[in-house]
Design a protein around this ligand. Structure first.
Ligand code: PLP
Length: 396
């Protein structure tokens, strides 16, 4: 046998295990310390009641010969695809049903989509970056180029004519920085992709957090984007499906190259390598888009938004630069007193008993920055924000 040698080129990821070890060691040495974790990107609120009711109903259907379902369509049931079509139509975006594919989550599709592209494509990703984009491509032996996201560009890198790449990943609102592109900024990306015969893989996993006018929730808000962009989205953050697993990907019929249609290729890939998301889960996901589902989900999103606002207000009072928090559950702060990311991690754990994620773990441009998340308990977030503010004030 011959192994895929590119696996040895994938950087080991110690970020979250290093954090866990450091926190465990600190807790062992200081059992009395009430440590608050604002580090993880997982949701904490339970599934909405209309989702639970739909899941229960679907379970009962599976136990009855008359309503039992076996294999479903690989690309997803029409009831869910239609609900997604309507969700986009509500924002003025016209999708054909055949452009919508249901998946078991954004992470799988972000990797699986690469089956459609040759190894010699050059990849462009922002730095700092959600590490999955890089690792998926390194595993396949592709060359990855980085574009710097910095405070100067508000952590929203823009296209440069001189930079040549074939596949560009855009994540907006961004993990880890929380920064969100405006539709006008995405227009420039679509223009660049057309001029460079490139495709944009647009990760919209956090679109539900966009609240400011002008910020895009979908790349298809840009005219002509359907010719160059695939959009990957998820029920994880909008509806707490991180453990339930459901997502969707839009592969427009307009993307063609050398007489081949990306949409048809993806359909072929999915029908060959995937047997669909469980019927029960798809019924749960459908309930997200009902009136009652949306109402409860908006309430949950407001809970997280409020947490983000509490963290942002503490940083405002402490006079610390940050981005995100407004259209995103992530607040990306500059470490005070010029501290490096891991130094600030240690210092914050020691002085405030608060845990966050060192920005340097997401790429070299993340050095000196720190990610805080709004997915925690409201009271604990308030307490953590207060401690953060006091600790930073003690530095001055
Ligand atoms: N994309 C981004 C930017 C994420 O941060 C995450 C998860 O945290 C995902 C995709 C994965 O989403 P899913 O749970 O649908 O696989």
């Amino acid at each position: 046998m011959y192994l895929n040698k590119h696996f040895s080129e994938v950087a080991e990821s110690y970020l979250f295990s290093d954090i866990a070890h450091k926190v465990a060691a600190y807790q062992a040495a200081h059992p009395e310390a009430d440590v608050i974790r604002l580090g993880i990107g997982d949701v904490t609120l339970p599934l909405a009641k209309p989702v639970i009711a739909a899941l229960h109903k679907a379970v009962d259907e599976m136990g009855d010969k008359a309503t039992f379902r076996g294999y479903g369509p690989e690309q997803g049931y029409d009831f869910l695809r239609q609900a997604i079509q309507k969700y986009y139509a509500g924002r003025g975006i016209d999708l054909q049903l055949e452009e919508i594919f249901i998946s078991d989550g954004a992470k799988s599709d972000l990797g699986n989509l690469l089956d459609l592209f040759a190894v010699n494509n050059t990849i462009l990703v922002p730095d700092p970056v959600y590490p999955v984009y890089v690792d998926d491509n390194v595993m396949a032996g592709r060359t990855v180029k980085y574009m710097s996201a910095t405070a100067e560009n508000n952590f929203l890198p823009m296209p440069e004519d001189a930079v040549d790449a074939d596949i560009v990943y855009l994540c907006s609102p961004n993990n880890p920085t929380g920064a969100a592109y405006t539709t006008a900024q995405l227009e420039q990306w679509v223009k660049w992709a057309k001029e460079h015969n490139a495709v944009i893989l647009y990760d919209a996993a956090y679109e539900c957090f966009v609240s400011e006018p002008g910020c895009a929730r979908s790349i298809y808000e840009v005219a002509g984007a359907k010719e160059v962009a695939v959009e990957v989205c998820s029920f994880s953050k909008i509806a707490g499906f991180t453990g339930t697993r459901c997502g969707y990907t839009i592969v427009p019929t307009a993307i063609e190259q050398d007489g081949m249609s990306l949409n048809k290729m993806w359909l072929r890939r999915q029908t060959t390598k995937f047997n669909g998301v469980p019927y029960i889960v798809q019924r749960g996901a459908e309930a997200v888009f009902t009136e009652e589902g949306m109402k409860e989900i908006q309430h949950n999103l407001d809970y997280y938004r409020n947490n983000a606002a509490v963290i942002a207000a503490a940083l405002d009072e402490a006079g610390v630069w940050y981005c995100g928090g407004k259209n995103s559950p992530y607040v990306w702060m500059r470490c005070p007193a010029g501290m490096k990311s891991w130094d600030f991690f240690d210092w914050l754990l020691e002085n405030a008993h608060v845990v966050g994620t060192p920005g340097s773990g997401f790429g070299p441009c993340g050095e000196g920055y720190f990610r805080l998340t709004a997915f925690g308990d409201a009271d604990k977030t308030k307490e953590a924000a207060e401690r953060l503010k006091k600790a930073i004030a003690s530095l001055q």
